[in-house]
Write a protein that binds this ligand. Structure first.
Ligand SMILES: C[S@@+](CC[C@H](N)C(=O)[O-])C[C@H]1O[C@@H](n2cnc3c(N)ncnc32)[C@H](O)[C@@H]1O
Length: 248
């Protein structure tokens, strides 16, 4: 058996995707609301910074793929910033998350601009050299085989295309780290129980941040997939990192 980390739990690699799918099935209908609670609203600011770091001409029709796009938040924000664009591809392994995303797109008159694709990040159902920009926000730490997924991101980007990833990291400052641990271990699972009726998915989400590679280690995995000019931007005392890399 090949082992993989599911938070701190060691599980059979082949069960990883279905366990992750279970987590997001349970949280899908309250996902965006819980995100605000868990991050004390900071996720909105982080996502704004992430979208603002997309440095592309506003007049141009850019082809964006948002991988692990869940309920579509990044795709919708992208369409708001770049309204000239025809549509975004929102790719996710989880039908429930995509279903929520579809509802939001209909309610916001964006459904014609969004293409929801149910597909694994390790084998994305899109052709080679397809996208100008690939984003993945708070998704990569849930992906079973990250190295394979990054190779797929490289494959579907056009030469000159940009890879942008936002993911949680751990605060370096000891006081912030203690506060962060108290909040995430002590309170987030309790809020999960109260609001969604489930504590376990939130324990996993919190643990998965602790077991994700350091920014430097993750950057090396991005480079191993073929990307060049990798940069890391740390936000809010290193609670979140934005990784940017180019397919030359
Ligand atoms: C924490 S949510 C992030 C959603 C959204 N990107 C955001 O920033 O709010 C993580 C998403 O990753 C998706 N996911 C997990 N493993 C995946 C995989 N192997 N391939 C594609 N999506 C995956 C989950 O279904 C979930 O929707």
């Amino acid at each position: 058996m090949t082992e993989s980390n599911f938070g701190y739990e060691k599980i059979d690699d082949k069960d990883h995707s279905s366990r992750v799918r279970d987590v997001f099935n349970k949280v899908a209908n309250k996902y965006d609301f819980m995100n605000d609670i868990m991050s004390l609203g900071m996720q909105r600011l982080w996502k704004k910074i992430f979208i603002n770091s997309i440095n592309a001409p506003k007049e141009q029709n850019i082809s964006l793929v948002d991988l692990a796009g869940g309920t579509g938040d990044i795709g919708f924000r992208f369409l708001k910033k770049f309204p000239k664009n025809n549509f975004v591809n929102i790719v996710d392994i989880n039908q429930e998350m995509l279903r929520e995303g579809k509802k939001i797109s209909i309610n916001n008159n964006l459904s014609k601009k969004c293409n929801f694709i149910c597909s694994e990040g390790e084998s994305i159902a899109l052709t080679d050299n397809y996208a100008d920009i690939l984003t993945i926000s708070f998704g990569i730490r849930n992906v079973s085989n990250r190295a394979e997924c990054l190779k797929e991101c490289f494959r579907i980007l056009k030469p000159g295309g940009i890879f942008m990833c936002m993911e949680f990291s751990l605060p370096k400052d000891i006081i912030l780290r203690n506060l962060y641990d108290a909040w995430s271990y002590g309170l987030i699972p309790k809020f999960g129980k109260l609001i969604v009726g489930e504590e376990q998915p939130y324990k996993y989400l919190v643990d998965s941040i602790r077991t994700f590679p350091s920014p430097e280690e993750f950057s090396d995995i991005i480079i191993s997939a073929g990307f060049k000019n990798t940069t890391i931007r740390q936000l809010t005392g290193n609670i979140v990192c934005i990784y940017r890399a180019e397919k030359i």
